[in-house]
Design a binder for this molecule. Structure first.
Ligand SMILES: Cc1ncc(COP(=O)(O)O)c(C=O)c1O
Length: 414
């Protein structure tokens, strides 16, 4: 017998069977209403004078960038590709923050020439911005990323206070102006490299980043901004919780900034999109009573390597709940998207939702062994395709046969 699992207020979308029949599984499903509400609540919690730039790295699908932009956000990008996605999704250059430790000249030229905000991450980038000064549009703004407090000289991201002062002088001499300072605290923490054993870093995720770290970072930016002079905006990066948990963060940061007339920029990713995305998977094999194989694995939802995602069975069969593991279809021992979660009995063909997969799931998915799934947006009772299922042609179309040339210059194999 099949019975429906009662809907929960923040549970997965309804209509799983119909979605699976129409679009196939695995399938990424996004809730447009929920993400727009998350963006609006985030902006409202901060109030006026704050610019919210959605961090595209958490999910760069154009339909999502566009939906969030309609809800009031700009875009934070970390590559020329993300910059072009934001532009194509309708975000104007003036609402784009361009970050990242590697910005080729062509990308810098495009963003500076269109009037975006470009945040230099390293002295080399400052030198290259200076070299490109003839291409800087009057509306463009130049900022510098600073190391978080306590990480000066240790962090590969950002400059120290001393370097910021030197960079400001260098820009000034070139007729350019440093107008803002940035820092990003980062949810991922790197543990020490073990001296023996496998060469892995102990990566842990601390999300949301604790409020005291934001307060210290804000105080540090204000201190350096006062020293540099002429700083009009301060960018505190990402790592924020979603709106219901934001109040202490707003209070702590505002306390550090005082009555500063400076603009505040924030770059949330997870806070806006994580809870609006689900992956719908189907059980394809049973492995005893406590494990099943489903049709998506860790390449579709790499975020499960760092954090547990909620699992919802679409139509539960009668029977006691047991700790159950959901293994993926990849030929890897560690391909498990959930381990020992209490679930009702599962059979081949059953559908299961993997929750909280809106951020850092699809964005990092790769066509390893299996092609990448489709993605759809649900809103107002309608569904629209955000990205079609990847095809063989897309995956193989740009590959060429190896071409060997013999010593006589003739092709020997094509
Ligand atoms: C510079 C920068 N800004 C914003 C973000 C978004 O962070 P989150 O998704 O934790 O809000 C990131 C994430 O790595 C980042 O590197």
């Amino acid at each position: 017998m099949i019975r429906a699992v009662p809907a929960q207020p923040d549970g997965p979308p309804s209509g799983a069977e119909e979605l699976a029949a129409r679009f196939g599984t695995p399938l990424y499903v996004f809730d447009g209403t929920r993400m727009a509400a998350a963006a609006a609540a985030f902006c409202a919690a901060w109030g006026a004078g704050v610019t919210v730039a959605y961090s595209l790295k958490s999910n760069p699908l154009m339909g999502i960038v566009r939906r969030l932009h309609r809800a009031g956000t700009g875009a934070e990008v970390a590559s020329g590709f993300e910059y072009r996605v934001a532009r194509r999704a309708g975000v104007p250059p003036g609402a784009i923050i361009f970050n990242g430790p590697h910005k080729p000249d062509a990308d810098l030229r495009l963003a500076l020439g269109e009037g975006a905000t470009v945040i230099a991450d390293g002295a080399e980038q400052i030198r290259r911005i200076v070299a490109l000064r003839a291409h800087v549009a009057p509306a463009a703004r130049i900022g510098i990323r600073m190391s978080p407090p306590g990480r000066e000289g240790l962090d590969r991201f950002g400059l120290t206070r001393r370097h910021v002062l030197a960079a400001a002088r260098m820009l000034d001499r070139a007729g350019l102006r440093l107008s803002g300072l940035h820092t990003h605290l980062g949810a991922y923490q790197l543990g020490p490299l073990p001296s023996t054993g496998p060469p892995i870093h102990g990566v842990t995720v601390e999300y949301p980043v604790p409020v005291e770290r934001f307060a210290a970072a804000a105080a540090n930016l204000v201190r350096v901004a006062d020293e540099v002079g002429g700083i009009e905006w301060l960018d505190l990066g990402g790592g924020w919780p979603a709106a219901p948990g934001l109040a202490p963060y707003v209070a702590a940061v505002r306390e550090q900034l005082g009555d500063e007339p400076r603009e505040i920029i924030l770059e949330p990713g997870r806070a806006l999109i994580r809870d609006s995305g689900w992956l719908l998977v189907r059980v394809v094999e049973r492995r005893g009573r406590n494990a099943v194989v489903v049709d998506a694995g860790i390449t579709q939802v790499p975020c499960v390597l760092w954090k547990r995602s909620p699992v919802h069975v679409v139509a539960a069969h009668d029977g006691p709940q047991r700790p159950t593991s959901l293994f993926g279809p990849l030929c890897l021992q560690h391909d498990a998207i959930a381990r020992e979660v209490p679930l009702p009995p599962l059979r081949v063909g059953d559908l299961v939702w993997i929750g909280q997969t809106g951020a850092y799931a699809m964005a990092q998915a790769s066509p390893f062994i299996h092609l990448r799934p489709a993605a759809i947006l649900l809103e107002g009772g309608r569904g629209s395709l955000l990205r079609a299922r990847e095809t063989d042609d897309e995956a193989m179309g740009s590959q060429t046969e190896p071409l060997l040339v013999g010593s006589d210059g003739q092709k020997v194999w094509a």
